[in-house]
Design a protein around this ligand. Sequence first.
Ligand code: SF4
Length: 489
Amino acid sequence: MRIAIVDLNNFSRYPTLSVGQIAAILRQAGHEVTVISPFAVGVGSYRRVTRPHALGYYDSVLRHATAVSGVQAVRALRRKLAAARSPARARAQAATLAEVQGVLDRGTDLLLISAYSMYREVCGAIAAEAARRGVPVVVGGPMFGMPEIAAHWLDLPGMSGVFAGEAEGHLLDLVDSVMGGGHAVPGLATPDRPDLVPAAPFADFDALPFPDYADFPWDRYPNRIVPMMTGRGCGWGVCTFCSDVRTSAGRTFRSRSFAHVRDEMVWQSRRHRTGIFTFLDLKLNSDLTVWHGLIDEAQSVVPGCEWTASVHVQTNGETGLGPEALKAARRAGLSRITTGLESAAQGVLNAMGRGTTAEALSRFVRHASEAGISVRMTSILGYPGETAEDVRLTARFLADHRPYIDRVVVNRLAIVGDTPLGQAIRRNPDRYPQIGALAPNLETGLMDHENATFRSPGHLSAVLQMLHEVHRINRKPLKGASLTFEGVM
Ligand code: SF4
C-alpha cells in the first residue's frame, strides 16, 4: 500500500515522534510511506518561549490585558489578530496543500493526517482534495479522545475516519479496515460507525520498531535533536487542570524498559549523527529505573550526549531529584530541565493537586542550578480561588530564585472539559463563582469561559509584578549547552 502521512503537528526544532513511530510501523509491515512535513516546505509552526526583546515586558502586559479584558470587542479583536497570524489557517498551509496534491498526483492509496484541533480547516481542504480522487483520509490526534470533537471532524466532507487513542497496536488493522475490510477497529470512528470508543492505552513498547525520522527536514532544524519518549502518561497524574493525562498520550502510566531506551539512543545517534536528545515524557522521573538508568549510562551509551527533560517535584515518595542525583544527571548530559511551578501559593498548589510545596520547588531549582542544569518553569494564572496575594507570592518566588531559573512560561488558565477541574466546574458551578459562561469550543478543544479572577484591580497589579519578574528572568542569556535547547520545550 502507498501511504502518505501529513504531519500538521510538525515543529520547527525536531521531528514529530508520533509520525516517526507510525512511519516505522507501516514500513516494517511492507507499506511504502511518504511523510509530508509542512515545515520542510516553508510553513511555520507554533513557537515556544525564547529570550524576549528588551521591551518584551510591555508586550506581555498588552497580551494579558487584551486576553482578560472585560470588553468583549477587545477579546474578539485579539482572537481575530491571532487567527490571522496562525500557521494553522488554510492560506498559511498553501504549500502543504500543494505537497499533498503532488503526492496524490503521483499515486497514493491512503492519507493519514496527524493534527491538533486548530488544523480543521486545512484538514477539510485535504480531505476534499483526496475525496475527488477517491483516496481515503483518516485523521488522528490527541484531542479526538473527546467524542464531540471527533464527531465534528468526522463531519468534514471526504473524511473517512477519525482515530482516538494510541494508534500503535491498531494501525495495521486500521489500514485494512479503511482500505476495504470495513470492520470495527478500536479507536476508529467512520461515517458508518460514528460511535467512538478510544483504543485502550498501549503498553508493549519494547516490541515496536524505533521511530523512523529519515523523512524529516534535518537541514532546517537549528540543532540535530532527536525526540525520545521512555513512557506514556505521568506517574503522578493527579493535577486537576492537566489535559495531558486525559488525552490520548496520557491515560495511565506505562514505561519502556531502560534497555530498549538505551538501544534507541545508540541507533538514533548513529543514524542521524547526533548526540542531542529531548525526552518528551510528561514526567521523566515517573519510572526511577529509567531515570537512574539514563543518569548512570547515558554517557557510555552516547559519549558527549546532551539532553533535556520534564520532571515533577512531588513531596511524597522518592523523586530521584536530590542534589547528588542532579549533579550526576548533569554529568550524564542533562543540560536543561523543565518543571511546573504553576504557583508559589500553597493553597493554589493544593487546589491544583500538584502534590508539592513552594519549599520543595525552591530546593529543587537551587540544586539543579548549582549542578549546572538550566531550569525552566511553567506557571498558571487565574486558577479558581487564586487571590492577588497568591500571585504576589509567585512573583516573590521568582524574584528570590532569579539566579537559579533561566526561563518561565506564563499560561492563563485553560479549561479542558474532560479534566478533573473541567468536570468539577460543570458538576458544581456554584463552587466556582469566578468561572462563568462555560461552553465547549469545538475549534480549540477547550472550554470557553469568563474568569472573574482577572477582573479585580488588585489581581491585575499583582500580575504586572509577576510579569515583570518573568521578564527579568527570561531576558537572561543562556549559557553553554542549554542554548541548544532554547525554544525546544
Ligand atoms: S505532573 Fe505534569 S503531567 Fe503529571 S499530572 Fe501534573 S501537570 Fe500533568
